[in-house]
Design a protein around this ligand. Structure first.
Ligand SMILES: *[C@@H]1O[C@H](CO)[C@@H](O)[C@H](O)[C@H]1NC(C)=O
Ligand SMILES: *[C@@H]1O[C@H](CO)[C@@H](O)[C@H](O)[C@H]1NC(C)=O
Ligand SMILES: *[C@@H]1O[C@H](CO)[C@@H](O)[C@H](O)[C@H]1NC(C)=O
Ligand SMILES: *[C@@H]1O[C@H](CO)[C@@H](O)[C@H](O)[C@H]1NC(C)=O
Ligand SMILES: *[C@@H]1O[C@H](CO)[C@@H](O)[C@H](O)[C@H]1NC(C)=O
Length: 332
């Protein structure tokens, strides 16, 4: 078909009319009277085709627009989501910044505290050092004092021991002199008696006892009977317990002891030599009695005494239960 300008004009008119319709439906223009009917039909067909094309285009654009609109909506949602995420992230960032600031402050506070602690530590170290020094000084002083005091104590102990020994030695010397004096006294008495001419009534005779109960223990103890009943020529010394012969001749001695629940063991001794012994065994009896007596020749100055010979400890009764006697019998 050959398209003329007329065709084109008609076509444009129809399109304009159809686009202007309110309901969007393409209105087919009514046939104008006077037009050639075949021609008219061709135009209608052509227009219809154009209209259909346009309609499909409009549909396509409409769909596209709808899609675009829809996509736009999704995009909006996405953007809104993104925005909310962004807000959250911003919040979190702010919080982190706050925490960081707090941490910074804490660290600076801690630094301050640390500096303070360091200062205190230094002070404590100084105090410690000075205390150590003072302690060392005191310890040194104490050590030297202890050394000094120990030396003094040693010295004192030595001096004391020395003094005690001196006293004991002195005491022994004194004892010996005392014994000697006592013996000399007896001998002097005898000399005086001899010069005067000794009568029988003036010759040696003594009876001595223990003034009270006494405990004896250990061998070799000289028993000094301290209660003198009589001692005619004073030849017996109650202080030393020793009888000294004022002249040569025959003498007799006897002794008795009583004890309870312990052995009695004693002897009469002449110049360190036992001349008569006594023994009383403790046989679970309350009373143990032992006695001895003897005769002996003495030279002038010979000494006689009673000596304890038991090793244990024995309580001996005093008074009339324990006594020592002796007397001159006859001259040579
Ligand atoms: C800062 O110190 C306070 C008190 O000690 C503590 O509660 C807080 O957790 C600290 N903050 C940080 C971020 O360390
Ligand atoms: C400790 O002793 C030394 C020397 O003996 C002295 O120089 C120092 O001052 C003393 N220190 C004290 C704390 O007494
Ligand atoms: C050591 O002895 C001296 C002198 O007696 C005294 O002054 C000082 O206090 C003593 N020192 C100690 C630590 O006892
Ligand atoms: C103890 O004293 C005696 C007598 O004075 C003396 O000879 C001796 O050296 C002293 N010993 C000590 C350890 O001082
Ligand atoms: C005892 O007598 C003897 C001899 O006469 C004499 O040497 C001695 O010094 C006297 N002893 C005492 C302590 O008087």
């Amino acid at each position: 078909m050959h398209i003329t300008w007329y065709h084109v004009l008609v076509c444009l008119y129809v399109v304009q009319r159809s686009l202007a319709s309110t309901d969007g439906q393409m209105a087919i223009p009514s046939k104008k009277p006077g037009f050639n009917s075949i021609f008219q039909t061709d135009i209608d067909k052509e227009v219809q085709r154009e209209v259909n094309t346009l309609k499909s285009q409009v549909d396509f654009f409409s769909d596209t627009l709808e899609n675009v609109l829809k996509e736009n909506k999704d995009l909006k949602t996405d953007i809104s989501n993104l925005k909310s995420n962004f807000d959250d992230a911003t919040d979190q960032l702010q919080k982190l910044e706050n925490t960081l600031a707090e941490a910074r402050q804490n660290i600076s506070q801690q630094n301050l505290n640390y500096a303070d602690l360091l200062k205190q530590k230094k002070q404590l170290e100084q105090i410690l050092a000075s205390t150590n020094e003072r302690l060392t000084n005191r310890t040194n002083q104490l050590t030297s004092n202890v050394t000094r005091v120990t030396a003094e104590i040693d010295n004192l102990a030595n001096t004391t021991a020395y003094s005690i020994n001196q006293v004991i030695e002195g005491n022994n010397v004194l004892k010996t002199s005392f014994k000697e004096l006592s013996r000399n006294q007896t001998l002097i008495n005898a000399q005086i008696g001899k010069r005067r001419g000794v009568s029988d009534e003036d010759r040696s005779a003594f009876l001595v006892r223990l003034s009270a109960d006494r405990s004896f223990w250990g061998r070799g103890i000289v028993i000094n009977f301290d209660k003198v009943e009589f001692n005619i020529d004073m030849s017996y010394s109650p202080l030393t317990g020793i009888f000294t012969a004022p002249e040569s001749g025959l003498f007799t001695f006897s002794a008795t002891f009583e004890a309870s629940k312990a052995d009695i063991s004693a002897a009469i001794v002449k110049n360190n030599e036992q001349i008569s012994s006594m023994y009383g065994a403790d046989n679970d009896r309350n009373k143990i009695v032992a006695t001895t007596s003897t005769y002996v020749h003495l030279n002038e100055g010979d000494e006689v005494w009673m000596e304890w010979t038991g090793s244990g400890s024995t309580m001996v009764k005093g008074g009339i239960y324990s006594q020592f006697t002796g007397h001159f019998v006859m001259s040579d």
